[in-house]
Design a protein around this ligand. Structure first.
Ligand SMILES: *Cc1c(COP(=O)(O)O)cnc(C)c1O
Length: 425
């Protein structure tokens, strides 16, 4: 797909809202609590580079991603903040990570053993391949901090993940920890952090979060007992950081809240702003009669004279069939999605006569009415970030140009700029 955009379906991303959300969070914690902005999954669909830039302006200390690919992409775009990949990557890519000053998550001694075997020179061809790859990457970054300018290998910085109850990744026993320690003490390894992740941070019942927190604290004592010196301790994602400031330890990892998603019933004082508006426009509006059926499988039958609108968004845009039965805004009023959501289109029952070209808002506000991502998500039984993270590259992201601070609340000076990075590959 080329960079040109011809369709009305698009996502407007307000990067200033991301910056304000993160600044607000930054300001309300002591300066000693480091802020990691989590920009995985293309910044939860808002654009990884743009989100990382907003995070930098807000004073973030580190970025978090899920994949090494995502970290490399940030480096290729000149982002120099420390980056942590929050899940293990195959050990053969450890050298690439170290060369780019990317921190990795480790959970077991075997990972280090495998890395060691991969590094042991055999006929030399493996080595050559690895260094070609590294040179290529460093060349495209061109940052002073991320490269390997002195010729000496950068140490590999790692954060050890503990499983305190989420049950996905992380070490669970003292034996596993003890096997890891000799590796963590090597000169070319820096054990920079220890962390865990909560399973129920959004629940009203806080008992399991507290249990996980206590388990984590006792596991971190293994580190002090083993002579691993003052690593960064971190356990809170958005919901837990916002709800349990007493658990923030050395760093908080903020993803959802940066984009305005937070448990507003449990932490209403935060008042974070949504950053994404999903827009489209009708491509057809028509009057139908009682008994007319709409869409695949004739799933909807008009009960009388009705106005039906067709909106050019479907599951190939990330607007899944689980959104069936939801609502969109047309002319400042709610219109119910009727019939099956298709790959490219969905149909709505309009509040009255409309025309092709009439503006549609799927997430956001229109003439005083609004549908939040949280509302649309809860109707579908998912979390709000699943909606934005699911938007595919068929939906162009448009970024509002930064306005001078004194115009922050107006729509004056609003301008589009085409953004090409969402169309790569
Ligand atoms: C994604 C992720 C986060 C961010 O969580 P949010 O709830 O979106 O703030 C934090 N930590 C880990 C380990 C993650 O994978």
């Amino acid at each position: 797909m080329s960079g040109a955009v011809y369709r009305d379906t698009r996502a407007d991303v307000d990067t200033a809202a991301i910056r304000r959300n993160l600044s607000k969070i930054r300001r309300r914690f002591p300066a000693s609590v480091r802020l990691m902005a989590v920009v995985k999954a293309d910044g939860y669909g808002h654009g990884a580079i743009e989100s990382a830039e907003a995070a930098l302006e807000a004073g973030a200390d580190m970025l978090g991603v899920a994949l090494l690919e995502e970290a490399v992409e940030l480096r290729e775009h000149g982002i120099r903040l420390p980056i942590l990949v929050l899940a293990p990557v195959p050990p053969q890519y450890a050298e690439l990570a170290a060369a780019l000053d990317i921190r990795l998550t480790v959970t077991e001694a075997d990972w280090f053993r495998q890395r060691e075997e991969l590094r042991r020179p055999r006929d030399g061809s493996g080595e050559r391949e690895a260094s070609n790859r590294r040179d290529g990457c460093v060349g495209t970054i061109g940052t002073a901090g991320g490269g390997n300018a002195a010729g000496g290998a950068l140490p590999l910085r790692v954060h050890v993940k503990f499983d305190t109850g989420l049950g996905r990744i992380g070490l669970r026993s003292r034996e596993e920890w003890d096997r890891l320690v000799p590796w963590l003490k090597r000169d070319d390894i820096v054990a920079e952090g220890l962390f865990t992740h909560f399973a129920t941070a959004g629940w009203a019942d806080t008992s399991f979060v507290r249990l996980q927190y206590e388990r984590f604290l006792s596991m971190t004592e293994w580190a002090s007992a083993s002579g691993i010196r003052s690593p960064l301790l971190h356990c809170c994602g958005s919901a837990s950081a916002l709800r349990f400031p007493e658990m923030t330890l050395d760093m908080i990892r903020i993803g959802a809240a940066a984009y305005g998603f937070y448990p507003s019933a449990l932490a209403p004082q935060w008042e974070l702003e949504p950053a994404l508006t999903l827009r489209s426009a009708l491509i057809q509006a028509k009057r139908v009669s009682a008994g007319d059926t709409i869409g695949y499988d004739r799933a909807y039958t008009a009960r009388g004279e009705e106005w039906i609108g067709t909106v050019p968004i479907g599951y190939a845009d990330g607007w899944s069939q689980i959104m069936q039965g939801g609502e969109v805004l047309v002319g400042g009023r709610r219109a119910k999605v009727v019939g099956r959501i298709g790959m490219d289109q969905l149909t709505v029952r309009l509040p009255g006569p409309c025309r092709a070209g009439d503006a549609v808002v799927l997430i956001g506000s229109q003439d005083g009415e609004s549908i939040s991502c949280a509302e649309a998500a809860s109707r579908a039984g998912i979390v709000p970030q699943e909606i934005t993270a699911s938007l595919t590259r068929r939906v162009p992201r448009n970024y509002e140009k930064e306005r001078p601070a004194n115009e922050d609340s107006t729509k004056e000076g609003y301008a589009w700029r085409p953004v090409h990075h969402t169309f790569r590959g």
